[in-house]
Ligand binder design. Structure first.
Ligand SMILES: *Cc1c(COP(=O)(O)O)cnc(C)c1O
Length: 431
């Protein structure tokens, strides 16, 4: 499999090069030259396969021969060594719980896969590789956990000061060793921009071997297809599921749609957004107008210029109508998020996190207009990760898993810098 750049200037590369580079030199995103097709027989008999077999079959065509089969099997099974339960919340609505990994958010899947691929690729390098990553909250912890103590890899995480939850901040500022947290006096969009500028800086790239672990990296993006198949394996309803995905940078839903185009049966996709409504507006007006991000209760989705959106367009050959047939989008306010979180907790005895709450409500709205369908929403984080938000809403404490209890006693270590590219560059050249 080769990957082209969505800007069509840089040459095509294989999986290894696309993973190590992160972003194409022409600043485009790497995109697979073709979409592998899974056999109908496999889909029909999906019950007979283990989740390791499913994941391997889904990812193998994207890797080709750049990772040896046995190694890829190991990487896949280490990536998914936790549960992905589909839980019935009410009659026509199911929650796909993606928070049973080590940092309690779905980003563990992409981060675990990518870190293992990258450490396989740099095994015999004499120069360390520096992984630069901007986080709106959950990426930081997942990447820190995935890369912790990996030989030959230094990780630098940029996060917006004061805009991530307590648990999120501690997960990314406490590991130490090869993990450094840069606390940026600015927004997530500014962090993301600084990272992009570093990749575009030729002088810097001659001195430091840089890679990105943001969801634009194909090694984080592609494995996110796995759990859509795990959900389908657990789906016992007659009609195909409508799938609602809490969306910020649109990597997750883009992986779901990619899985669908490879053969995953699904009725429809819903991009569930908070007040950052660039995509819902686009689907209404056909005008794509990125804006500065707005701070909300579902902070991991506070993205005003979703970086994977170009991939969504690419999946549909830039055809607006084809996209609109498969994907709808809703913008949910903080007020609605609070109400629905409380209501589902009281009436259904199910505790949503703020991101899952946005996806739940978007699905609910869609099902009101399409009452014959049933759906799945992706519960992308454990509610305890957002206890600062959730507890005042339900007026109860959220029970803490043991590891979180230990975490909140730890002291954060971050380096504060301004939201300016020069500040990042200075740091990288002098560290
Ligand atoms: C990152 C994140 C999202 C948004 O995912 P994208 O792939 O950026 O659209 C949603 N929910 C949670 C909890 C997240 O951490």
């Amino acid at each position: 499999m080769l990957y082209y750049s969505t800007n069509h200037i840089s040459p095509k590369v294989n999986f290894k090069e696309a993973t190590v580079k992160g972003q194409a030199p022409d600043k485009g995103l790497y995109f697979p030259e073709s979409i592998p097709q899974l056999s109908e027989d496999f889909i029909r008999n999906i019950d007979k396969y283990s989740k390791e077999e499913i994941a391997f079959m889904v990812i193998q065509p994207y890797i080709g021969d750049v990772i040896h089969k046995n190694e890829l099997e190991r990487i896949v099974s280490e990536t998914i060594n936790f549960e992905f339960p589909l839980v019935n919340v009410e009659d026509n609505i199911f929650s796909l719980e993606l928070f049973h990994g080590p940092t309690l958010a779905f980003k563990d899947v992409g981060a675990r896969f990518m870190s293992r691929c990258l450490s396989y690729f740099v095994k015999n390098n004499d120069k360390n590789i520096t992984v630069l990553v901007a986080t709106s909250g959950d990426t930081g912890g997942a990447v820190a956990n995935g890369f912790y103590d990996v030989d030959g890899v230094d990780v630098i995480i940029l996060y917006p000061s004061g805009k991530v939850s307590t648990v999120q901040e501690l997960q990314l500022t406490t590991p130490g060793k090869n993990i450094t947290a840069l606390e940026i006096d600015g927004t997530f969009d500014e962090c993301q921009l600084m990272v992009k500028q570093a990749f575009a800086d030729e002088g810097l790239n001659k001195k430091i071997l840089l890679s990105s672990a943001n969801s634009i990296n194909i090694a984080r993006w592609l494995p996110q297809q796995f759990y859509y198949f795990f959900a389908y394996q657990q789906w016992k309803e007659k009609n195909l599921p409508v799938i609602s995905v809490p969306s910020g940078n649109f990597g997750n839903i883009c992986a779901g749609i990619l899985a669908h185009l490879s053969g995953l049966p699904a009725q429809h996709f819903i991009a569930a957004c908070n007040a950052n409504n660039v995509v819902p507006e686009y689907l209404k007006t056909e005008n794509y107008l990125p804006k500065p991000s707005i701070t909300t209760l579902s902070n991991a989705m506070d993205v005003g210029s979703p970086s994977n959106f170009v991939r969504i367009l690419e999946l549909f050959d830039q055809k607006f109508n084809s996209l609109r047939n498969i994907m709808s989008s809703y913008s949910i306010s903080d007020e609605e998020t609070k109400i629905v979180l409380k209501e589902v907790f009281l009436n259904k005895k199910y505790l949503l996190d703020p991101h899952g709450a946005v996806a739940y409500l978007a699905l609910k709205k869609y099902l009101q207009d399409n009452p014959l369908h049933k759906g799945i929403f992706l519960e992308t984080a454990h509610p305890v990760k957002f206890y600062d938000v959730v507890e005042p809403i339900i007026q109860q404490t959220v029970p803490m898993p043991g590891e979180i209890n230990d975490l909140i006693k730890m002291k954060k270590h971050s380096i504060k810098i301004e939201a300016k590219y020069d500040a990042l560059k200075d740091y990288l050249l002098t560290k």
